[in-house]
Design a protein around this ligand. Structure first.
Ligand code: FES
Length: 87
């Protein structure tokens, strides 16, 4: 189904980009959806929301975050590193 008549963008195009982790703003920039009359913006945003647009990237960033402990915490007796971490 065509969501954006002005730019001929389909719901499939929007969904494919959203599943790749792009946000609505990214998709708007990439495909031009909702950049002319704006009548399609609400529907386009719904498609992005249904496909979890932007969440895949956010989840990936969260999983790869490294926790850095302050030296005072690392050296205190409250912090007991595992034996494998000491090796
Ligand atoms: S229908 Fe999408 S900008 Fe006009």
């Amino acid at each position: 189904m065509i969501v954006c008549v002005c730019r001929r963008v389909s719901d499939r195009d929007i969904a494919r980009h959203a599943r790749a982790g792009m946000s609505f703003d990214d998709i708007q920039f990439e495909l031009g959806v909702a950049t002319q009359c704006g009548q399609c913006e609400c529907t386009a945003r719904e498609v992005v929301a249904q496909c979890g647009g932007g969440h895949a990237v956010a989840a990936l960033r969260q999983e790869t975050a490294v926790v850095q402990l302050a030296p005072s915490i690392r050296e205190s007796k409250a912090w007991a590193p595992s034996p494998s971490a000491a090796a």
